[in-house]
Design a protein. Structure first.
Length: 155
């Protein structure tokens, strides 16, 4: 008499296959969702950067003797700023400078100086401070969170 052996998939193996399939589908959906969020949000966190105010005046001025723009910037409590991109617009020209030394901790401030040659660029019309942050291990330049100053007083 021969004993017939049944070869097939046990319920335990079916369960493992279904769980593995569900995990694979979940990982795929999460990756697609993450890519969609990153595409729509150019700077996903509110940096909350602003000029310091002392005695009712914003701390930014132009010193014609030293040809420098001096400023103090305060950071919010949300994220550390890893640097600044500063755009200056004069009446005859404009220039951009990257200030990677302008690292500002959460709720900290930064006193900075930037050279500005009014003979080459003309009268100072606008200064724009754009923060650089590291979010999800990627450095982002948050142009929409920039500080724009149009009336720069003399020091």
């Amino acid at each position: 008499m021969r004993i017939k052996t049944k070869k097939g998939i046990t319920p335990l193996m079916i369960g493992l296959v279904l769980v593995s399939f569900a995990v694979a589908v979940g990982v795929g959906v999460m990756n697609v969702g993450k890519a969609q969020v990153e595409d729509t949000a150019s700077c996903a966190i509110d940096v909350n950067l602003k000029l310091a105010v002392v005695g009712g005046q914003e701390e930014i001025c132009f010193d014609a003797a030293t040809k420098e723009v001096r400023f103090t910037i305060e950071n919010g409590v949300n994220i550390k700023v890893e640097g600044l991109v500063v755009n200056v617009i004069g009446t005859t020209s404009s220039e951009s400078k990257e200030m990677s030394e302008a690292k500002i901790i959460k709720a900290g401030n930064y006193f900075g100086k930037m050279s500005y040659d009014s003979t080459a660029l003309g009268n100072l019309r606008q200064v724009k401070f754009i923060p650089k942050v590291i979010f999800s291990d990627v450095e982002e330049v948050c142009a929409e969170k920039a500080i724009v100053v149009e009336n720069v007083r003399n020091c």
